[in-house]
Design a protein around this ligand. Structure first.
Ligand code: PEP
Ligand code: MG
Length: 325
């Protein structure tokens, strides 16, 4: 199997009927970038910048951050890298900031909420990203946005830092792309407001499913409630896909589910042609995509989506098998 996946390394993730899917890598450490070459991934779809903070006893300095981001960009020549800004709090506890414990950390002072309330920290990170990009393109996405105002506030800070860097260093990124993560159901109902503001949206299935099913991602005893491959979750993602199309927002997905061939199949059927996953999943997902007759599958899949849970699942598994998945 490994050899079969390795043989796919330089082949495109193209369905039998000609739809290309970008397969990107989820990363958090500089070391992870080595798998870009090994897997033949199309780029880094999620770089978790908080890892550098989590492994350090003190807050990383501006220069440390610039160095890391530069090394990451250097290791992905000619390929896109999406830097996800600090996603701290919740399950990601920062040793250097002595914060109060919360009753429900997943629902608490975390991620973009935390970043917007720690402006010095957040601006320093944005500055580091801009400096690392120099005059190359820069792609940034903001995590756990629940209302568009958070996205606008974060983007505003990013643009201010771009101006500041241009004034002080004479350099600015040749192009800046700003995206939003869809990790809370609420945001799915506000995508219209992000039209023309967010260039792309990336579905973070780990958090999204946790909030969709009110099932803690860290608690194994409720993890079977946490099911992307179910009609309710997929009907919701279908709506997201339609909204993105209507409002001209490119869409992608990251989070663990993308690495399961069955979930990836559902994403592709819903029109997601950019999936980011851990290195080990690229080969199996690429094999699935290359064996897929997408148009035929999609028609049956959309029809099956109207069915109750068990009937849908049985039909999906049968269809998947029929399509070589
Ligand atoms: C997610 O929630 O799906 C995601 C990609 O972010 P993280 O797992 O880092 O919270
Ligand atoms: Mg998340």
């Amino acid at each position: 199997r490994q050899a079969a996946y390795a043989a796919l390394r330089n082949k495109p993730a193209r369905t039998r009927d000609g739809t290309d899917v970008s397969l990107m890598l989820n990363a958090g450490l500089e070391l992870d970038l080595d798998t870009l070459e090994q897997t033949g991934a199309d780029g880094v779809g999620l770089f978790r910048t908080e890892f550098q903070f989590l492994v350090s006893e003190t807050l990383p300095r501006l220069d440390d951050q610039v160095q890391l981001y530069r090394r990451v960009l250097d290791k992905a020549p000619g390929k896109p890298v999406i830097f996800r800004t600090l996603d701290l709090g919740g399950d990601k506890v920062l040793p250097a900031l002595n914060l109060q414990r919360e009753e429900n950390p997943a629902l608490g002072w975390r991620s973009i909420r935390f970043a917007l309330d720690h402006r010095g920290l957040f601006r320093r990170q944005l500055r580091a990203l801009i400096r690392a990009a120099g005059e190359n393109p820069l792609t940034v996405m903001f995590p756990m946005v629940t209302v568009p105002q958070e996205f606008f506030a974060a983007k505003d800070l990013l643009m201010k830092e771009v101006e500041w860097t241009a004034e002080t260093t004479g350099k600015r990124p040749s192009r800046i792309e700003v995206g939003v993560m869809l990790e809370t159901p609420a945001l799915a109902f506000s995508l219209k407001e992000l039209a023309g503001e967010a260039e792309f949206l990336s579905v973070g299935t780990n958090d999204l499913m946790q909030f969709f099913y009110a099932a803690d991602r860290m608690t194994p005893s409720v993890s079977d409630r946490y099911d992307l491959v179910s009609p309710s979750a997929l009907r919701f993602l279908k709506m997201v896909s339609e909204e993105c199309r209507t409002h001209g927002i490119r869409m992608s997905a990251c989070g663990e589910a993308t690495g399961s061939s069955l979930s990836a199949l559902c994403f592709v059927a819903l029109g997601f042609t950019n999936l980011s996953m851990s290195a080990g999943s690229i080969g199996p997902v690429k094999r699935m995509i290359r064996s897929l007759d997408l148009a035929a599958f999609r028609a049956d899949f959309i029809e099956a989506l109207d069915k109750p849970n068990d009937a849908f699942r049985n039909q999906l598994l049968a269809l998947a098998a029929e399509h070589g998945v």
